[in-house]
Design a protein around this ligand. Sequence first.
Ligand SMILES: Nc1ncnc2c1ncn2[C@@H]1O[C@H](COP(=O)(O)OP(=O)(O)O)[C@@H](O)[C@H]1O
Ligand SMILES: [Mg+2]
Length: 292
Amino acid sequence: MTADLLPAAPVSIWQPVHLGTDEMGQGVHVTLAERNMLVGGEPGSGKSVALQLAVAHGALSPDCRLVLVDGKQVELGLWRGCAERFVGGSDKRSGKSVLDDAIDTLRWLQDEIDDRLDWLLDHRMRKITPDLHWPVFLIAVDEIAYFSATIGTSVAQKEFSALNRDIVARGRAPGIIPVEATQRPSADIIPTSLRDLFGYRWAFRCSTEASSDTILGHGWASKGYTAEDIDPQSRGVSWLRAEDGIPRRVKAAYLSDDDIIALADVAAAMRAQQPATSSTGKVIALREGDAA
Ligand SMILES: Nc1ncnc2c1ncn2[C@@H]1O[C@H](COP(=O)(O)OP(=O)(O)O)[C@@H](O)[C@H]1O
Ligand SMILES: [Mg+2]
């Protein structure tokens, strides 16, 4: 896949992201700007690979900043050199609480959302547009459950979930794209009120129809769209509910570790040549300075 992607670099986060192929062998591309996506499925079904596809596109987009929150610590780690913020690693190794680090990171993103929304309001705009030249933030969270139900205290877990909910709820207009994965987005892992905020759903193999419905949305299994029907051997096969709202059978594209390392090196080199424009404040100051 590297060979397919490299000639296209750099890309833009406003362009559709290549996610895989449909049953007719046609490429499946989805625009992530102004969207958010929930990825679910049983262990080994292909969720982390799916996240990598979005992260790869974001990494190769000079107009995108990456925020990576990785409960498994190793899935998104190869992109660390391209990321604005990376949350992962064990408490033991970093000497600090990974959950606290995740909470700090979400707070920082929440501040960015507040600043951007204030600016948009002041300028009588409802959402960002590419001509503003603000970087879009893509926040990828792998294994939500690690932060919302596994490590730390229940108070901290709740805080993580509340912040995450706010970012998913308010992030679209100011250019924050959450793409988040969990095995089963049941209410004990993510509050139903958060789950329902995700516009795009991507279901990999599930062991029951009920699990599939928690990912794709209530009632899809009874209409014949269930990730329970995916052969456990068929990793990467999935149902994707995106732009037209109807689930579509998709074989996700695959990036090997070598592909990821090659792409991440290209992306990191590209980023090293860019001025730091991570904070809206700086971008806005520059823009207003230009205009003055
Ligand atoms: N789209 C895909 N094409 C080919 N193989 C895949 C694909 N997705 C996953 N796999 C295989 O399945 C393994 C597990 O995938 P992974 O994304 O780590 O699962 P999960 O995150 O759901 O536990 C991968 O290491 C890879 O070998
Ligand atoms: Mg995984």
